[in-house]
Design a protein. Structure first.
Length: 195
């Protein structure tokens, strides 16, 4: 059997995520996102700057984890586009303004920050840390720089998003260090030592 294309995997993963979310009550979703935050507490506590994201649709929310990070003194930044054709940067502050692609982002006047821990949305991830995103490459372009600065890259999702099959990787794909879900954190590389 031939492996599925990235586009086919994207459709299947998005449909599966939406179907899973349709089975959850708001209270159950909040409970699962709290479990995710609990698994991330020690990582966020050791970070100086945490890169979060404003969830879209059926993406798991990192909000409870980023609130805990702030509570222990970390700066929290969010992706912000100054120019939609260029890689986004992380800006400190809450994502309150609409940016390109329907994503909320901090104000353009908010300071640019360099995260040492980046929480990343995804459609799917495999055992190598290959992330399947929405296909526009925004994260891959931004993560190249962050990987070079030794930031820890942690994909967030519901457990069903961790695939047993390999996701086809292109040369520009940046593999993630770990995958975190309400069930726990799975490390693919970069031992989980304190920062």
């Amino acid at each position: 059997m031939e492996p599925l294309s990235k586009e086919s995997l994207r459709r299947i993963a998005l449909d599966a995520r939406k179907a899973f979310l349709s089975t959850l009550s708001d209270a159950e979703r909040t409970r699962l996102e709290q479990k995710l935050a609990e698994h991330l507490t020690w990582l966020c506590a050791g970070a100086r700057v945490v890169g979060g994201y404003a969830p879209l649709g059926s993406e798991i929310s990192p909000k409870l984890a980023t609130e805990e990070a702030r509570a222990v003194g970390a700066i929290v930044g969010y992706p912000a586009f100054d120019n939609p054709a260029k890689p986004f940067k992380f800006r400190a502050g809450d994502p309150l303004e609409p940016g390109p692609f329907g994503i909320l982002q901090p104000k353009k006047s908010a300071p640019i920050v360099e995260p040492d821990l980046v929480l990343i949305p995804l459609l799917a991830i495999d055992h190598r840390g290959t992330r399947l995103g929405r296909g526009k490459g925004h994260y891959d372009r931004a993560l190249v720089r962050l990987k070079k600065s030794k930031a820890r890259l942690v994909g967030l999702g519901w457990q069903l998003q961790r695939l047993d099959q390999e996701i086809p990787a292109d040369e520009w794909d940046v593999p993630l260090d770990a995958f975190a879900s309400p069930e726990g954190v799975e490390w693919f590389r970069q031992a989980p030592l304190p920062f």
